[in-house]
Design a protein around this ligand. Structure first.
Ligand SMILES: NC(=O)c1ccc[n+]([C@@H]2O[C@H](COP(=O)([O-])OP(=O)(O)OC[C@H]3O[C@@H](n4cnc5c(N)ncnc54)[C@H](OP(=O)(O)O)[C@@H]3O)[C@@H](O)[C@H]2O)c1
Length: 344
């Protein structure tokens, strides 16, 4: 049995990891921590866990001391210290935040307004988009779990970029996220009255996931890629839908793209390329680790339109982190993650 711990277990991503791990056959929860709720039972913070998981929230040192794998579910800028302690102890650290996702420290400093305190630690870290990076994840001491928007975008565009089906010059990404994407902390735009019946973009041209998206797409395309990325806040709890617009490369067609995507993802357990004509919908992936992808065209402008849907809390966060843990510990990749999305 693998002993797993969670630092920041009272946040949305942390408690989702705890929920999913309840039915993982090879994982035993070692300890969970919180700063604000230390010594309280997790079921008092999240009553859905009453009678199922009632352990006390403890200090992060206790989590690190008792775990083979530690999930850090924390705001940007605080993970390095915990990662270092895990590395020193020989435990694997999987970071849900952005501290180990970017290759270039200057890019991190520009977007996150802080510097690395332990630059050497970042050389040990790998990017945890599981389908893209399995071999590296399997031996990494520190794994930077991808952002939720970047997961939908990278899986949605990888075959098109790798297969030369599209031009890389003018990629437009229009993404929508459910409100759990903002975490548990209160902000004005996530108040019920502000959110309900509303729908608008936010952080236009300035969202922190932009450099992560460009970093991954550039690697996939083998050339520097820039994107226009506009996130929107949806008045639903869970789900991310990314609609992406790219110009077809010379000779490429929708039929060719569809065949290429089907072939590319044939063996991937969590990526579903939908039948021609079907449309990806956040409703069909809720509570599951699936990424649904549908392909369309705007023939009169020669545009390929890719729609990718994930549950931001599962494939966009906790599910992918557990998928990475499975890879890292040599377990079947789907173990504990075969949740079937409900129909309604
Ligand atoms: N929500 C999503 O859909 C999603 C998806 C992908 C990635 N992520 C990333 O995952 C991370 C967690 O996101 P979230 O949505 O779960 O946020 P959240 O609901 O705001 O939770 C953050 C957690 O961090 C703890 N915390 C805050 N400051 C801390 C500190 N200095 N030391 C230790 N713990 C501290 C808080 O708990 P206590 O006060 O109880 O300690 C809380 O449990 C973020 O980096 C986020 O970007 C989130």
């Amino acid at each position: 049995m693998i002993k797993a711990g969670i630092i920041g277990a009272t946040g949305y991503a942390g408690v989702e990891i705890l929920r999913i791990l309840q039915s993982h056959p090879e994982v035993q929860i070692a300890a969970i921590s919180s700063v604000s709720f230390e010594e309280q039972g997790i079921d008092t913070v999240y009553p859905n866990l009453y009678g199922i998981e009632e352990r006390k929230l403890t200090h992060s040192d206790e989590v690190i001391a008792g775990s083979d794998v530690v999930f850090g579910s924390l705001p940007a800028g605080v993970s390095e210290e915990f990662a270092q302690k895990c590395v020193d102890r020989g435990a694997v650290f999987i970071d849900m935040g952005a501290d180990f996702r970017l290759d270039d420290e200057a890019v991190y400093a520009k977007w996150y307004k802080q510097a690395y305190k332990r630059p050497e630690l970042h050389e040990k870290a790998v990017y945890g988009l599981t389908e893209w990076n399995r071999a590296e994840i399997a031996k990494a001491p520190v794994i930077g779990n991808p952002g939720c928007f970047p997961t939908s975008v990278a899986l949605g565009l990888w075959p098109a970029l790798m297969g030369g089906l599209v031009k890389t010059g003018s990629i437009v990404i229009d993404s929508k996220s459910g409100v759990t994407g903002a975490g548990r902390g209160l902000t004005q735009n996530t108040h019920y009255a502000e959110l309900n019946e509303g729908f608008a973009p936010y952080k236009i041209g300035a969202h922190r996931h932009t450099p992560e998206i460009e970093q991954t797409l550039s690697k996939m395309a083998g050339t520097q890629v820039q994107v226009v990325f506009t996130p929107h806040l949806l008045p639903i709890n869970r789900g991310i839908l990314s609609t992406m617009y790219l110009k077809f490369a010379d000779g490429a067609t929708l039929a060719r793209a569809h065949a290429a995507y089907e072939d590319f993802y044939r063996k991937e357990p969590f990526v579903r390329v939908l039948r021609a004509g079907d449309i990806a919908n956040v409703k069909n992936v809720r509570y599951s680790n699936y990424c649904d992808i549908s392909l369309h065209e705007d023939a009169h402008t020669g545009t390929l339109i890719v729609v990718a849907a994930i549950d931001n809390m599962v494939k966009g966060a906790a599910g992918q982190a557990i998928q990475n843990m499975n890879v890292r510990f040599g377990l079947p990749e789907t173990m504990g993650l075969t949740m079937v999305p409900p129909a309604f």
